[in-house]
Ligand binder design. Structure first.
Ligand code: FNR
Length: 357
C-alpha cells in the first residue's frame, strides 16, 4: 500500500505491518468471539443521514466545549494502554499530537510514560483515567499525582471489575512491562502459565468490589470533575458525576454487550441534559462522529485508530488520524447542511428503529 494513507482504516494496515504480531493483536483484539468488536463498527453502517440542502455552508465551525475547555472539534483521544509497544516515544508522542490538534487526551492508567513525562511534554488540557485497585492507596496516589501535574478531570473506568477474556493475548502469552507509574506502588507476580500476564496483573490488582458507593469515596479524594466511563444502560445513569461516557471498552470486556452507538440514545434520554454525554467505540470516520453527535453525544473519543497512527508514523501519524477525522467531519457537516456542532440534530440521522418517513 502507498505509505500515505487516505483514511483512518488504512493506518490499521500499516500498523499491522509495523508491529510484532503479539502487540498488534493486543491493540486490535476484543473479548471472546469478538462479536461486539465487529458490531461496534457495523452498527454505525446501519445508520444513514437525512441531509438538508440549500443551506449556506461556506463557513463551518467544529469547535466545542467539554467541561469548560474549548477544543477544535468533538474528537478526543480515549485512554489506551502501553503506547510504547506502538512507538518508542509512547504517550509523549500521542500527547503532543493531541495538543497540536487542540484536543483533549485521556491518559490511561496503563501509560508506558509516566504521568510527569506526559505532563511536561507540552501544554494541553488532559484528563486522567483511573482504575480502582484493591489497594486503594495506589489509586489515591495516582490521582494525587495526576492532579498535581495539571490533569483537569478524572475518568473512572467502571466496566472492568475483572479483565475481559482476550483470547489473542492468552494465545500469544502477552506479557506487559511493569508500569513506570506503578513503580514502588504495586508489585505483582506474573503468572504466564497458559494465560496472559496482563490477565494475572489485572486479577491481582483490580478491585472487583468497586460499586456505586465508591463514587462518594472518589469524590472525597479529589476536587477534579469525574467522568464515569462504561455506561451502556439507562439504569446506570448516575447524575452524581460530572459527565458520562457511553462505552463498551472497545469491545474488550463483555462480549455480546451492545454496540456503543446502539445504546447512546437510550443513555442520552436518561441523562436528559443533566450532564454531558461522551461516546466511544468503533469511530473510524467523520460520518461516525456526526452520527454520534446527532444521537446526543457531546464528543467522541478514539481508541485504536490513534494507536495505529502512532505505530505507523509516530506523533505525525496520530496527528494525521485526528486531522482526517476532523476533515471528514467538516465535509459531513457541509453535506448535511450543518455549519456548527449545535446545528447537528437527531433529525439528521435515521436509525433502524426509526419509522421510514
Ligand atoms: C483500551 N481501552 C481502555 N480503556 C480504559 O478506560 N483504560 C485503559 O487502560 C484502556 N486500555 C485500552 C487499550 C487498548 C489497546 C484499547 C484498544 C482500548 C478502551 C478505550 O478507552 C476505548 O473505550 C475504546 O478503545 C474505544 O473503541 P475504539 O475507538 O478502539 O473502537
Amino acid at each position: 500500500m502507498d505509505s500515505e494513507p487516505v483514511n483512518v482504516r488504512e493506518f490499521q494496515t500499516l500498523a499491522k505491518e509495523a508491529l510484532p504480531k503479539m502487540h498488534y493483536d493486543y491493540y486490535a483484539g476484543g473479548a471472546e468471539d469478538e462479536h461486539t468488536l465487529k458490531e461496534n463498527v457495523e452498527a454505525f453502517q446501519r445508520i444513514t443521514f437525512r441531509p438538508r440542502i440549500l443551506i449556506d455552508v461556506s463557513n463551518i465551525n467544529m469547535e466545542t466545549t467539554i467541561l469548560g475547555y474549548k477544543i477544535s472539534a468533538p474528537v478526543m483521544v480515549a485512554p489506551t494502554g502501553f503506547h510504547m509497544y506502538a512507538h518508542p516515544e509512547g504517550e509523549v508522542a500521542t500527547a503532543r499530537a493531541a495538543a497540536a490538534c487542540n484536543t483533549i487526551m485521556v491518559l490511561s492508567f496503563g501509560s508506558s510514560c509516566t504521568i510527569e513525562e506526559v505532563a511536561s511534554s507540552c501544554e494541553a488540557v488532559r484528563f486522567y483515567q483511573l482504575y480502582v485497585y484493591k489497594q486503594r492507596y495506589v489509586s489515591a496516589q495516582l490521582l494525587a499525582r495526576a492532579e498535581s501535574n495539571g490533569f483537569k478531570a478524572v475518568v473512572l473506568t467502571a466496566d472492568t471489575p475483572k479483565l475481559g477474556r482476550r483470547e489473542a493475548d492468552i494465545r500469544n502469552k502477552l506479557t506487559i512491562p511493569q508500569s513506570k507509574n506503578l513503580e514502588g506502588l504495586l508489585s505483582v507476580e506474573a503468572d504466564s502459565k497458559g494465560g496472559s500476564d496482563f490477565g494475572a496483573f489485572a486479577s491481582q490488582t483490580l478491585d472487583p468490589s468497586l460499586n456505586w458507593k465508591d463514587i462518594a469515596w472518589l469524590k472525597s479524594m479529589t476536587k477534579l470533575p469525574i467522568l464515569l466511563k462504561g455506561v451502556l444502560t439507562a439504569e446506570d445513569v448516575e447524575v452524581g458525576v460530572d459527565a458520562i461516557i457511553v462505552s463498551n471498552h472497545g469491545a474488550r470486556q463483555l462480549d455480546y454487550a451492545p454496540a456503543s452507538i446502539s445504546v447512546l440514545e437510550e443513555v442520552v434520554q436518561a441523562v436528559a441534559g443533566a450532564v454531558p454525554v461522551l461516546f466511544d467505540g468503533g469511530v473510524r470516520r467523520g460520518t461516525d462522529v456526526f452520527k454520534a453527535l446527532a444521537l446526543g453525544a457531546q464528543a467522541v473519543m478514539i481508541g485504536r485508530p490513534v494507536i495505529y497512527g502512532l505505530a505507523a508514523k509516530g506523533e505525525y501519524g496520530v496527528k494525521r488520524v485526528l486531522e482526517m477525522l476532523k476533515d471528514e467531519l467538516e465535509l459531513t457537516m457541509s453535506l448535511n447542511g450543518c455549519c456548527t456542532i449545535k446545528h447537528i440534530t437527531r433529525n439528521h440521522v435515521r436509525t433502524e428503529g426509526d419509522k421510514l418517513r
